[in-house]
Ligand binder design. Structure first.
Ligand code: NAD
Length: 352
């Protein structure tokens, strides 16, 4: 097995993550890093990592087969394009680009040069997501008709470039990309009909510090995505409604449960007092018609993403995160901004 030599551009939080992961895999070998911030280069050298003197110096290293771009979002496009033109395969961090127009330019260069070009959608292998998908795929709750996917923080938007529009800041382009990619990937092949979204700006004037979004798919699934940064009480990571049950996945630790109806037709209930009135409709079910079941936890491996990259480069395999999926995700992001700006439901154009 000939390891693939990788150089990382941008040695911040995520660049550091990539260098550590690359060091753990036999299939890859880190050649070095480049960052425009000299302090980051010192940090890298302190960790025993070779540093290049410039991006051109990195690209001139003929041993480098793969470049990982982990910089601020606004420079993904020029760096990825330059790397592909220099004959390198490229992984961009997410969001792959600032908008669809940029992405199309990048895809064109990938086609022209024949180089691998993809984006790091690592959260497709998150165990909470895989556990949710397993519930839906296996109909463990009967047909799933509603999924709610939330991540909620309480510290506002981080105080660095993520606050600045020029660098591609904002939560839609940050956590949003992950959650939207998850929604689209589990519904690959299912037409997305419409999008409604609202963005929030509680802690930051320039960029969105969160958003709420409703996706309506042609198969009847309604899928809600929420990323917020001003929540001091959090709702569960996942809330999944099926015809015969409900599931909650509380957090990334996979705590939660499924509650299943085994005698749907036994719906008689004694009315309960509710507020200033009574209700039978909203009275809880009795224990003989429902039961709780533990979540079927699904294991995920972060290496799956890199294994695919290796197979694409060495063995000509198909890439897991495809150009079509990357385009669909950016189209959805554009629809979210359009819906939020116009306060309307936006019809989603799968063909564009
Ligand atoms: P960061 O600010 O910690 O690091 C970014 C680094 O890029 C900085 O050191 C900066 O100096 C450097 N940089 C900026 N422009 C450069 C250029 N032209 N050439 C070389 N270096 C340059 O940010 P971060 O949190 O590491 O985020 C970096 C990227 O990773 C972003 O695109 C972000 O969305 C993504 N990210 C992905 C995940 C994930 O789970 N996939 C998680 C966090 C961040």
């Amino acid at each position: 097995m000939k390891p693939i030599k990788v150089a990382v551009v941008g040695y911040g939080g995520m660049g550091g993550w990539h260098t550590e992961r690359i060091a753990e895999m036999e299939k890859f070998e880190l050649t070095g890093v480049w960052d425009i911030n000299p302090d980051q280069l010192v940090n890298a050298r302190n960790c025993g990592i070779h540093t290049y003197t410039s991006f051109a110096d990195l690209l001139a290293d003929d041993s480098v087969e793969l470049v990982v771009v982990a910089t601020w979002n606004d420079v993904h496009k020029p760096l990825c394009i330059e790397a592909m033109r220099a004959g390198k395969n490229v992984i961009s961090e997410k969001p792959v680009a600032m908008n669809l127009r940029e992405l199309d330019e990048m895809i064109a260069v990938s086609k022209e040069t024949g180089r691998l070009f993809t984006v790091h959608q690592n959260r497709r292998w998150d165990e909470d997501y895989l556990t949710m998908r397993n519930i839906a795929d296996k109909n463990l709750l009967g047909k799933v008709f509603r999924i709610e996917s939330r991540v909620q923080g309480s510290r506002g938007i981080p105080g660095d470039w993520r606050r600045e529009k020029i660098h591609g800041g904002g939560m839609v382009l940050d956590w949003g990309v992950h959650l939207l990619d998850q929604a689209l990937t589990m519904n690959d092949g299912v037409k997305l009909k419409s999008v409604w979204a609202q963005i929030t700006q509680i802690t930051n004037d320039e960029c969105d510090d969160g958003f709420y979004c409703e996706l309506r798919f042609e198969n009847g699934l309604s899928y809600y995505v929420e990323v917020t940064t001003n929540n001091f009480i959090s709702l569960p990571r996942w809330y999944i409604l099926g015809e015969n049950g409900t599931a909650v996945i509380e957090d990334w630790d996979l705590s939660g449960k499924m509650t299943l109806v085994h005698n749907w037709d036994k719906i008689d209930a004694v009315p309960i007092k509710a507020g200033m009135g009574i209700t039978k409709t909203m009275a809880p079910r009795t224990d003989e018609t429902i039961h709780d079941a533990p979540l079927e936890k699904v294991h995920g491996e972060w290496t799956a993403y890199y294994d695919n990259i290796y197979d694409v480069i060495r063995n000509g395999a198909a890439q897991t995160v495809t150009h079509r999926q990357m385009r669909r995700c950016l189209k959805l992001i554009e629809a979210i901004f359009e819906s939020a700006a116009t306060d309307t439901v936006v019809a989603f154009d799968e063909e564009r």
